[in-house]
Design a protein around this ligand. Sequence first.
Ligand code: HSE
Length: 415
Amino acid sequence: MNIAVLGYGVVGSGVVEVIKKNKNSIALRAGEEINVTRILDIRDFPDSPDRDLITKDPEQIFNDPSIKIVTETIGGTGVAYEFTKRALMSGRHVVTSNKELVALHGPELIQLAKQNGVNYLFEASVGGGIPIIRPLSECLAANEISQVMGILNGTTNYILTQMRKHGKDFNEALKEAQMKGYAEANPTNDIEGFDACRKIAILSSIAYNEFVDYREIHTEGISKITSMDMQCAELLDSVIKLIALSKKAGDKIYVRVSPMVISKTHPLASVDDVFNAILVKGNAIGDVIFYGQGAGKLPTASAVVADIIEIVKNVNANNRYNWERRPYSNVADTKEMETQLMIRTVIRNREEARRFIVNNFGDVRFLNLDFPGSEDQLVFITERNTERNLMEKAERLKGIASIKEVANILRIETE
Ligand code: HSE
């Protein structure tokens, strides 16, 4: 089986490497040998061991009838979209790690694959090397899924871990994540939660058998998290993680990406550094967890190559996802969800601020802060209520003379 790789970046070069390195075991599993015969990239790679395969001319791929599978590891929604459509329309299977493209044009591309009797597979688009798309859609197919909760971005998990465990500063940790090849070309997509947002949209679409549009998902990132927040979480025997949460209740789907305070006893709390984990709740299996490296060259290539093998094994099988766009959306406002908040304020007058907070929120728990820099801080935990009610109350803290600033508001996960 001859394949072409579009985009020779971190993941694309990893795909070529894994196919060469594991040639024999891959051939045994796939039933035939898999060879990369062309690589497309606009850049020059004079020192690459694959330089003879690299071309800047896409026609060398699209005019080659021996190429039956195309790997799209270009990223983004520009040329990647055009090449994907062209490949599918020419009767070629496409395998990708491109979550942006799957989240934006998934329904059309899946439909196009169906019409042309080929597959569009994207295991690597979520969780890097962790098998999650196929397990969710096939191995857990007997279940009604009620919740998917995950740490889905390696870069932010790496940053939060380095800040918490080694006291590193945000930018230093981000630079390391970039050097290790975890971060997106534009790291804002990691830091502001946009990458995790696309991934939970894809997982929700698979879990609930209907397309969830990422543009409807409430998304917050980690750029406002400080070491002060982390120390407060520590007082609660908890850690702060960027959590992608998706729940189904009746027809309604609630999806949110936000930093959360989670107890150290929670199964996701010990998922550190570049590791990702996804906790799925099914009505037959109960809880199941998927854990592994969520970003990086070879882990992500591992998932891409697994999709290639899947296609070679079942070359006549056809896409299996039901992602038609509907005229209405079941995605509901996450403000209806119940939560608890940890609110950090900077105060001018401690006693007055405490009185106002108790009058406003009722039953709250103030944290006993005793670390350097906490002298002007007042941090408290609210009771459990709908997010709408709690946020309305939090809004009233602004403009109070005794409270200088509401520095951060974090949700607490108790389930
Ligand atoms: N930037 C992504 C991450 C890469 O950090 O998880 C994998 O999708």
